[in-house]
Design a protein around this ligand. Sequence first.
Ligand SMILES: Nc1ncnc2c1ncn2[C@@H]1O[C@H](COP(=O)(O)OP(=O)(O)OP(=O)(O)O)[C@@H](O)[C@H]1O
Ligand SMILES: [Mg+2]
Length: 261
Amino acid sequence: MATHLLELRNVTAYRGRTRVFDGLSLVIPDGESTVILGPNGAGKTTLLKMLNREIYPVAGEGGSIRILGRELWNVWELRSRFGILSHDLQHEYLQCAKGLSVILSGYYSSIDTWKHQEFSREERDAAGAVMRRLGVEELAGRSFGEMSTGQQRRFLLGRALVSDPGALLFDEPTTGLDLSASFRYMEIVQQLMREGKTVVLVTHHMHEIPPGISRVVLLREGRVFAEGEKERVLTSPLLSELFGMRLRVFEGNGFYQALPV
Ligand SMILES: Nc1ncnc2c1ncn2[C@@H]1O[C@H](COP(=O)(O)OP(=O)(O)OP(=O)(O)O)[C@@H](O)[C@H]1O
Ligand SMILES: [Mg+2]
C-alpha cells in the first residue's frame, strides 16, 4: 500500500508560545521529492521538526499526524528511517568529534559515537565508502570543529546517508557554501533522488532546486499558500504574492530563478 511520508490533518503546533500552525492540513508523498519554499518564519523548519518528532503537535483538537502511515512511533526507530540535515545539528554537533565518528553516529542518530555503541565491519566499510563518495576520506581523523562549513556539511550528509534511509530531509543545506560547492552539493542530492531516495528540501535558493524535484509546497504564516507541480506553482504572480514584492520567475534547463521586476 502506498503510504505518505507525512500526512497532517488539522494540526496545531507551537514553538514556545508561538502558534506556528493552526489547523494545517498537508500531505507530503513518499517516493516523490518535494521542495518547501516560503518567507522567514513561515514554519518550514517546524514542519521538518514535526516529521522528525522533535516537535509534537497539540494533542486532541481533532488533528492527526501520520508519518509513513503510522501515528505511533518509537522516536529512534522513526529517526533511523530519515536522514536529516539541519543547521541545529551542525551547531549542536560536538566540536571534538572526529570525522569518522560523525559518519558512524548516523547509525544511532546520535551526536558523536560512544563507548557502548558497537559497529560491525560492514558498518565501518559503509562509513568508508560514504566518505569516499563525498570526497572527504582524508579528513576522517580531523575534529569536526576544525573543518570548514562545507566540509562539516559533507560529513553531516555522510552521517545521514550511512544507514541508507529511504528519505532525506534537508533544511537549507547550502547556506554558507560557495557557488560551486552549492551546485556540487545539490548535484549529489539529485543523484540520491535518482537512486530512489525521497528528498524533502527546504530552501531559500530557488536556483538550486534540483530539476528532478517536481513537487512544490509554498508556505506562508503557517499555512499552505500553494502546492502542486513546479511549473504551476513557481510562477511570477504566485511568488510575488508569497513574498509580497514584484518578482519575475525565469526557467532554464529545469532550473528556476526569481528576480525583482
Ligand atoms: N524556539 C522557538 N520559540 C518560540 N518561537 C519560535 C521558536 N522557533 C521558532 N519560533 C517561531 O515559529 C515560527 C516558525 O519558525 P520556523 O523556524 O519554522 O520558520 P522557517 O519557515 O523555518 O523560517 P526561516 O526561513 O527563517 O528558517 C516563527 O514565527 C518563529 O519566530
Ligand atoms: Mg527555518
